[in-house]
Structures are given as C-alpha cells and as structure tokens.
Design a protein. Structure first.
Length: 606
C-alpha cells in the first residue's frame, strides 16, 4: 500500500513558473537590504516636502529665482531637451534627482570637468538629490563621442588605479562642496533636504547579464536613429571606423540612467555639450522601458516619476577656442600630484581681464551682484588683480579645501610682491586636522608610488606599510595591523578567497598573515592597494628591483645595496662631482685672521 505522503503528493496539482520569473529569482538582487522606516524619518520627509512647497510658491510669485534661472544667469546651460518652460516647471514643482556620469579614463579630473559638476552642485544647494556616477564598467568600452580615433586600450591595472584615484578625488570634492554650502548659508539649518551620493556602475553591470538588457531595452533601440547619430557617421566616414563595443556605449549609458531612474528616482541627466546625443538616447530608452517593462510592478512604480529630461553645459575652451581636456593635451589637472595647488592657483591668477567675470560666474558660488561689484573694483586698479585672486582662491577652495587655498594665496603674494625690500613673512595657520595629526581627504599625502618586487614578496605586511608611508615605523605598522586599521584590496569574498572582479575594488581587513600571503592580493600582476583608516590610501606599482635601483628612488626602511653601483654610492659620487666643480673657485683663498675680517672678499655664491 502506498504511503499517505505519496498519495497526498499525487493528488496535489503541480505549480509552473514562467522562465522569465525563474531566471529573475535566480539572480542576486541589485538592491540593498530593506530596513524599517521609523516615525522620525517620516516626519523629516514630511517637513522637507512642506518646505519644498513653500519654496515653490516663492518661485512662482517671483520672490525667489528658480534653479534653472540661476544656472542660465551664470552661463551653465547650453541646451535643454524639450522646452525650457516645461523643464523649469518640473524643477519648480518637484524635488527631482539629477546625476552626472564620468568614466575614469584618466587618473584625475581636470578643469574641464568642473562645469557640469558646478551645475550639479548648484542643484544640490537648492535641495535636489544629486548623484555622481563613476563609470567603472563603461570605462572598459570608452565613450566615442566627438572622437575620430579609437581610444587606446588600457591595462586592467591602470583602469583599477584610475578608478580608485578618481573615487577618492570625487569624495574630496563632495566634502569640500558641502563645507562650501555651509559657508554660504545654503542649508538653512536643515541638511536633510540636501541628499548626495557617489555611485559606481560596476555595482549593477558586474551582476546583470547582457541578456536581460537586450530583452528589456533592446527592442526599443532602433538601428536607424542609432546609425544616424553624428558620432557614428563622423567616426565611420572621417575616422578609423567604429567597433561594436563603441556602438553599444549609448545602450550602456542609457541603462545606467534607467537603473538610477528606477532605484533612486533620478529624472535629470547633466552632461557636456558633446553628450547631447547620448542624453536624448537615454531619454528614449527610459521612456521605452517605463512603458514596456515585462514586470507590471516596475511599470506601476515608475509611472509617478514622469518623463526624464536633461541639459548640457558649454565646453570650457581656451582664448583661441580650443577645448580643454586630456585628449587635447592641455588639461589642468585637479590632482595636486599632477598639477600642484600653487600652479592651479597661478593658472587662474593669469586669467585675462576680459574673462575673469565670466569665470567667476562659472567656477564660484558668489552672488551675481557681488561678482559685478568685484569686477568694477578690479577695473579701477587692474594691477592688483583683485578679481583674479578671488577667482583662484575660490576655485582652489572647491578643489583642495580652504586651508590649501589660503596657503596657495599666501605663497603667490609672498613670491610676487611688488616691494621686495620690505619685510614679508609667510604665515599660514595650520588647519585643525594637520595639527591634530589625523588624515583627511584634503591633507592626505601622495597616493601613487612605486616599490620594488622584493619588498612586496619578501617583507612582512607591517614592513610594507612602513615602506609605502602608511606607518612611521615597522613597530607602528604592527600596531596598525593589530588595531584592525589597515585594509588591502584584492579579494571579492573574505572566506572563499575569490579574486575581485575587474574594475571593482573590495577592501579586506589586514591581518598578521604570513609573508607569502600578501602576493595573493596583487592585482593584475603589478598593482597593490593599501588603505589606513578612511582616506589614507596607497596605489603601489610593483616594479623590478633593477628598474627601481636605476631610478634612484628610496623608500622608508630601505637598506642600501653594497657595491660600486649602489644607490648610496651614486648619490655620494654626484655630491663629490658637485664639489669638484666649484673647487677651483676657492683656490688661493686665505682664511681671514679675525672673525669679521675678509668677509667682503669671499667668492660670490651662486
């Protein structure tokens, strides 16, 4: 006789699940874990909405300028998708979300990137949700917009290092902007109304199969409009042709917008003038997915958001009309390792009088009336370059912080003062972070360094921390490891020791492991990344010992090699050669008989 359980199973109807639902259920969720919403949080949301509606009434009655009007007055609007009045009305009625995307194709931002960022920062100050999207995934393809040649393919270690450098640079930029808003009184005592985020599209591209993208978005991307874009036609007719990877770049960028639109409620995209085609393609893609997504729950969730739109900002050009940027070869970098704070200040100090008013509106948050007054004062006595000093100080304050801006200004005034005979003392107060001895985003030391292979493979992790400058000694490195304050990048899973995916960075807490265990964290064969605390990081390029010795560099704790060609001997030999060069000038000189006698006869020093 059959068992009762078997009879029950035979009479129970079988359940069937469609292949699409089964496929989605098997995929890891791209959203983070949900948390309970407290009553205090709901009260903050209600208060923020009430304040927003009061602000909207002031804009409609003319008591306050809309954010779009502010951007237009400062020259930060090039073109708007759709009509201007429709965009202004939507920005006034609702607290929308806006984002800017940037690919880490270089190790640093440059001045040309600041224009779209300034538009986003103004929206942040006015209470809009503001997101900067770092394209860790799209950087592997490369944006072909306004290019006739294909980008040179970079090594995976270079891409990873660029992404880490730019990530911390953007974090520093956000921190300085938030402090700037406090100085100008934009927050009105309520920081909850000002939400910002720094995201990386690796978070979803490394988890999502391309099949889902083609299934959801592919039918809406028609070949005719894509082939008719100027970027495609120019590259195929005048350039070196277009690869399929470059052709699909707008699809990836459009999916990024859809992801932010669906998960964050981001309806606005900001870009440079060369990004107008990609923005319009993204608008069409988001509209298509919103109406045709196979999941009815998703369609109902995004329906209240409305149609997306975007705008572009003008490109920053030189006085001759040339574009600023890495490709043009005239980039002014925002990384102080590539363009020092002194040089960045000096570059804007040399701004022509005809452009200083325009740049003050573009690169500062000063009111328009204050800028006009400053320009008029400058024209009365142009030699003082009062407007240029204000421009340089405000821009360096945004990029490197208030303390660094003060140092750069004092250095320029000290070195280029008009009366060298009068005493001039360079006095700059130390900032609180430096005097306290802890590292911030603005005062952290150089990130990119080189170390020989023998250090990484033959030394313990505390000695490596000392060699790269994260510890003051080997004993200090041991204390840092024991305090769980050191981190290393390289593993995607702490227990299973799975190598992390290309283009992503996962930090693992450093433990006092064996010397040989450090090698498993080397990325792409020649890259090691270490971090102490939150902001103090090192991106270490591992080079052969012979190459490191030939460069003449040294690191803390380095033991000089013995032999005629050691680094110490090279330095000693160079010092001896310098002494031999000047020995002839002192021949025949007799030492004076008294302490002060004969001082005028000393050979002139050079």
């Amino acid at each position: 006789m059959a068992s009762p359980s078997l009879l029950r199973r035979s009479t129970r109807p079988e359940l069937y699940v469609c292949s699409r639902c089964a496929f989605r259920a098997a995929q890891p969720s791209t959203r983070g874990p949900k948390r309970c919403i407290s009553t205090s949080f709901l009260n903050k949301v209600a208060a923020a909405e009430e304040q927003w509606q009061e602000q909207a009434v002031e804009v409609r009655t003319g008591k306050r300028k809309s954010v779009l009007t502010v951007l237009e007055e400062r020259g930060l609007i090039q073109a708007i998708t759709g009509t201007r009045n429709a965009a202004d009305k939507r920005l006034t009625d609702r607290r929308l979300g806006a984002y800017i995307g940037i690919d880490p194709t270089a190790s640093s931002l440059h001045v040309g990137h600041l224009l779209p960022f300034m538009s986003l920062f103004w929206m942040y100050f006015h209470g809009y949700q503001s997101v900067i999207l770092l394209g860790g995934a799209t950087a592997k393809i490369g944006d072909p917009s306004d290019r006739l040649t294909t980008r040179v393919k970079e090594h995976s270690s270079t891409r990873t290092a660029n992404m880490v450098n730019m990530h911390y640079q953007l974090k520093k930029l956000w921190a300085n902007i938030h402090a700037h808003g406090q100085d100008y009184g934009f927050y009105q005592g309520n920081d909850f109304n000002h939400q910002r985020a720094l995201l990386n599209n690796n978070a979803w591209w490394n988890k999502m199969p391309m099949l889902e993208v083609l299934q959801v978005l592919g039918p809406g991307m028609r070949m005719g409009p894509m082939l008719g874009k100027d970027t495609v036609k120019n590259k195929m007719e005048k350039g070196d042709g277009m690869s399929f990877a470059e052709f699909t770049y707008p699809i990836m960028q459009a999916w990024d917008w859809w992801h932010l639109y669906n998960t964050k409620g981001v309806q606005v995209q900001i870009g440079g003038a060369d990004q107008y085609g990609n923005i319009t393609a993204g608008i069409d893609a988001v509209k298509y997915i919103s109406k045709n997504h196979p999941d009815p729950v998703v369609r109902s969730n995004v329906a209240p958001l409305g149609d997306p739109f975007g705008f572009t900002v003008p490109l920053l050009t030189t006085s001759s009309g040339a574009k600023f940027g890495k490709s043009a070869g005239n980039a002014i970098w925002l990384d102080r390792e590539q363009t020092s704070t002194f040089d960045l200040y000096g570059y804007f100090l040399r701004t022509p009088d005809a452009d200083v008013g325009k740049y003050l509106k573009l690169f500062t948050f000063m009111p328009i009336e204050q800028i006009d007054t400053l320009v008029q004062e400058h024209l009365v006595e142009p030699s003082l370059r009062k407007a240029q000093h204000t421009l340089a100080r405000e821009l360096v304050k945004i990029v490197h912080g208030a303390h660094e801006a003060k140092i750069a200004e004092e250095q320029h005034r000290f070195l280029f003062r008009k009366q060298p005979d009068e005493p001039a003392i360079l006095q700059v107060e130390a900032d609180a972070a430096s005097s306290a001895g802890y590292t911030t985003l603005n005062n952290r030391p150089n990130v990119n360094i080189q170390l020989p292979t023998s250090v990484v493979h033959n030394l313990s992790i505390p000695r490596i921390l000392y060699a790269c400058g994260l510890a003051s000694s080997t004993a200090d490195g041991t204390r840092i490891v024991q305090a769980n304050a050191a981190f290393i990048a390289g593993m995607n899973h702490k227990k299973e020791k799975v190598p992390m995916l290309d283009g992503s960075v996962n930090w693992t807490r450093v433990k006092p492991w064996a010397i040989a265990d450090t090698a498993q964290y080397i990325l792409h064969g020649d890259l090691l990344m270490l971090r102490k605390g939150k902001h103090n990081i090192r991106v270490i390029q591992i080079v052969p010992d012979e190459e490191y010795d030939a460069s003449g560099k040294s690191y803390p704790g380095m033991k000089m090699k013995q032999g005629p060609l050691s680094t110490l001997d090279k330095r000693s030999q160079k010092a001896i050669e310098n002494l031999e060069t000047h020995r002839g000038r002192w021949e025949g000189y007799e030492e004076p008989s008294s302490e002060f006698e004969g001082l005028d006869e000393l050979p002139e020093k050079k």
